[in-house]
Design a protein around this ligand. Sequence first.
Ligand code: PAF
Length: 283
Amino acid sequence: MKIIAAIKDMRSVVRDLRSQGKTIGLVPTMGCLHEGHLSLIRESVKKADSTVVSIFINPTQFGPAEDFKEYPREMRQDIGILEKEGVDYLFAPEAEEMYPEGYKTYVEVSDFQDRLCGRSRPGHFRGVCTVVLKLFNIVDPDISFFGQKDAQQAIVLEKMVQDLDLEVKIEVLPIIREEDGLALSSRNTYLSPEERKAALVLSKSLNAAQGMIEKGERDSESLIRRMKEILNGEPLAKIDYIEIVDIDNLNPLTKIENKTLIALAVFIKKVRLIDNVIIHIKE
Ligand code: PAF
């Protein structure tokens, strides 16, 4: 695997690949790789001729009071994982390479970026869109892979691709969970054993909602009420939001329809975790 830090070197590799007629898959990450990332990487290795994984802890998507400084950095371990997975290129620029002094340009997907997580993380999706558009410009991928765990991120990025006429195809792959239901996340490394146990309330509340829907419940308020009961029953949990929305535009739904997204963010003590489920109704 070739490790690349400079934008100009990445571009010259891309030019080379293009001249050989090769397709490029891009998996953007912030490192601290887990099975969730690996599912994206394996899909890219399978589908594209060459796979580029980026590791860049993007400062512009963290708020001033958020965990940018503490965010887990595991570069050596990540390189070993990527080599084993048959990744062709690791693009790992420094912050100054992506945002040199005097940097001024940002991308916003208005409205979508202000909902759900955007309400408690103002500026987060502006940072995500900006860095992902820069990565798309640098790596010029045919396909780029994202996880359903960050459902709103995937929806916002799909909108950006559509609105800006980008040629890249976005592929969103299912959430990978631990056996007990906890959705994999690099932030799970922050949890103490006691908090790790408490964090199971997120998937438990989603499972309960799904169970109610399977039995015929369609009323969003009743579902949210039940989810709140479960989450509030865990003393270490504090709800940031629970939302039931249309997956195409993130508009709140009072009644469950096909392709409804149920999403939540919950603090387990200081650690903010997110999880979600997409409801497919067979009628
Ligand atoms: O999902 C992530 O890890 C990040 O938001 C991403 C897409 C790599 C952009 O920094």
